[in-house]
Design a protein around this ligand. Structure first.
Ligand code: GLC
Ligand code: GLC
Length: 648
């Protein structure tokens, strides 16, 4: 809705910033006029009760104008190109890798020398794990940030980052970085001031004189790291106060009920946007609003904040897509794409953590029933938004999908999860996996799973036992999992090391700053001598690397794999086989995955029912099949998959 008073505010802001409303700023100006009413109403929903709400809103307007003013011409041009393309990030031509700069190659400068390796594999989106200043030993892998704008010396400098980005942009590669929105390190300047008694900065956090309010909160707040950081509050002796610390005790939760926090962090978001970030990963957005008597997760105000961020970004730095790292139950995840009039106007991306965990479920059980039971919810993702699809990342695997999905598949939810935890931590008699339980909570028996893709798929054990057959099986499992993530719909994000089959690294146990957190077992230090094996035919590294590369290159050639709300699941015919069709105009791809350790068949009826001709071509094996009146079945070998198109 048009509002004259709000329109005036833009004019005043532009004047203050000495910007004209001429052609150079025209598209920004138009976007701002189009969105300012919505921005104002979301802002007022959160902060309208403040007595100086109007002045606060003015300062948000200034922040947005500054962001535009600081945006380089080059980034403005890229914004325009992306807008012309529309939904650029849904493309089947994108493929990502997530990596720790230090563990992958040391520094930002060295990373430039590794771009060839990544390109060779087909990667064109790079997620660099947090590298801004973070105290060694109290770092949570960079997620405890003590300076949001200064890279940690160990990695390099902002000019190094800029050089890297230029190189990436020459190679048509996109950059993804994190903003750790929910908390800061207790060593951040704001926390230091709060410790020293500065009231302004104490209000940036949740700080209490005694345990009364913290105890009230604890009644309903779950624990995130019950083993190594129990409870949600930490006593700080300098200020003699209790501070909310949902994650580790050195990560202080920011208080978004304070509008200064929101505006300051919005400015930080723009700082990243103007570094040239293409996809901003918003860390832990489920946690950003706290309210007594609730779990303090997924609250409606958290969504209001995210929609507000989205609109501000759309106005000033529209080329930057937003990824909400909400690892939450299936019924909650859809809300991160926005609801009501903000549907598809909140996060552009979310992690498909449910699908990821269900792939692990299917791999352990050899059955796809639970996965199928989740699809009615997962398929509600709005058009224009996308998933990050993945098998592994730097975090644990949580089994957070709902009990009713497990029950629908005919299992008891408690026993089923116990089986999975035992299976992947290697405590199950037939299991080949070598993972470990993460964050076991003795109060309710909950636990998540750590371990690399390769170790969870049995490669570590098979190599130890020098068992060639088991090595083959584990490689097949790895590729089955990766293939699923490439074709199910979304932007596939490979976790570094997995492309060459790194097994668990246990050296974290000797490091004081890491030993309390077994997620480090799956965050490998890359050994470039080992990686050179990708050039030596027949090595484990070469086999996994070249197959992963082949998956990504197939994906890029099949436009029906773009994430256009175009996934149709097959009605189940064989409980071991998951199957879905991807379609665009008259092109279709039938993807079939056998999660069983035995050959599984797919009857001709599947093809007839979906109106496939009987002449088929499998893009993966390169073979032609006929499934018609004579051959009644398509046989899929254990842990194999097919990517089928019909032949004319
Ligand atoms: C996210 C990160 C995780 C980190 C947590 C706290 O979940 O992925 O690694 O521990 O946020 O920042
Ligand atoms: C929180 C995050 C999740 C992460 C975990 C840390 O639950 O939302 O992403 O896995 O913390 O392990």
């Amino acid at each position: 809705m048009y509002n004259y008073q709000l329109h005036q505010k833009i004019g005043i802001g532009l004047q203050k910033a000495s910007l004209k409303t001429d052609t150079t700023n025209l598209s920004f100006y138009s976007r701002f006029i189009a969105n300012i009413s919505s921005i104002h109403s979301l802002f007022s929903e959160l902060y309208g009760i403040h007595q100086n709400a109007d002045a606060l809103f003015d300062s948000l307007v200034d922040t947005i104008i500054d962001a535009h003013k600081n945006r380089s011409e080059q980034l403005n041009d890229i914004d325009n190109l992306k807008s012309e393309k529309g939904n650029w990030f849904l493309s089947n031509e994108l493929a990502g890798m997530s990596l720790y700069v230090d563990r992958f190659c040391g520094t930002l400068n060295n990373l430039a020398t590794k771009l060839d390796y990544l390109k060779k594999m087909g990667i064109n989106v790079l997620h660099l794990m947090p590298f801004f200043e973070s105290p060694l030993g109290e770092s949570d892998g960079g997620y405890a940030v003590s300076h949001f704008r200064k890279p940690d010396k160990r990695y390099g400098t902002l000019p190094d980052l800029e050089k890297l980005r230029e190189r990436m942009s020459d190679e048509n590669m996109y950059l993804m970085l994190d903003i750790v929105l929910n908390h800061t390190s207790h060593k951040h300047e704001w926390a230091a001031k709060a410790k020293a008694g500065d009231k302004k900065y104490q209000d940036f956090f949740y700080m209490y004189d005694d345990r009364n309010i913290p105890d009230e909160f604890e009644k309903t707040m779950p624990e995130i790291f019950p083993e190594n950081a129990p409870g949600n509050f930490t006593y700080n002796s300098e200020s003699n106060k209790w501070v909310m610390t949902v994650f580790h005790n050195y990560q202080w939760d920011l208080n978004y009920a304070n509008p200064d926090v929101f505006i300051t962090m919005m400015d930080t978001i723009f700082f990243y946007a103007n570094l040239g970030v293409d996809i901003l990963r918003i860390d832990a957005p489920a946690f950003i609003w706290k309210q007594l008597g609730t779990t303090c997760q997924n609250l409606s105000q958290a969504h209001t904040i995210l929609s507000l961020i989205k609109l501000c970004v759309e106005v000033a730095t529209p080329g930057m897509a937003l990824l909400g790292e909400a690892i939450v139950a299936p019924k909650e995840i859809m809300n991160y794409f926005g609801s009501g009039i903000y549907k598809a106007k909140e996060c552009d991306f979310a992690y498909n953590a449910t699908q990821m965990a269900l792939q692990w479920d299917a791999l352990a059980t050899g059955e796809t029933k639970v996965m199928l039971a989740a699809q009615p919810i997962l398929s509600q993702k709005p058009f224009g938004t996308s998933w990050i699809t993945y098998t592994r990342c730097h975090d644990d695997i949580g089994l957070g999908y709902e009990d009713n999905m497990i029950e629908k598949a005919g299992f008891n939810a408690y026993e089923h999860r116990n089986f999975l935890k035992n299976y992947y931590s290697g405590n199950f008699i037939d299991s080949v996996s070598k993972g470990a339980l993460f964050s076991y909570n003795p109060k309710n028996g909950d636990a998540r799973i750590s371990g690399t893709l390769a170790s969870l798929c049995g490669l570590e054990k098979a190599i130890e036992e020098k068992n060639e057959e088991d090595i083959n099986t584990s490689i097949n499992k790895i590729l089955l999992m990766q293939s699923f993530s490439c074709f199910i719909g979304g932007l596939p994000m490979v976790f570094y090391g997995d492309e060459v089959g790194y097994t668990n690294d246990y050296s974290f146990l000797n490091d004081e700053g890491k030993r309390y957190d077994n997620r480090w077992m799956h965050r490998p230090l890359i050994d470039w001598e080992k990686n050179k094996n990708i050039e030596r035919k027949g090595t484990v590294e070469e086999r996994i690397f070249s197959a992963t590369k082949k998956l990504l290159s197939k994906r890029k050639k099949l436009p029906q794999v773009a994430d256009l709300s175009n996934v149709t699941w097959l009605t189940p015919h064989n409980v071991h086989v998951a199957g879905f069709i991807r379609s665009k105009e008259n092109k279709r791809l039938l993807c079939l995955y056998n999660f069983s350790n035995k050959p599984s068949s797919v009857t001709w009826f599947v093809f007839r029912e979906n109106k496939f001709s009987y002449k088929l071509y499998d893009h993966w094996s390169g073979k032609n099949y006929k499934v018609g009146s004579d051959d009644e079945y398509l046989m899929i070998e254990p842990y194999q998959f097919c990517l089928i198109e019909e032949m004319p």
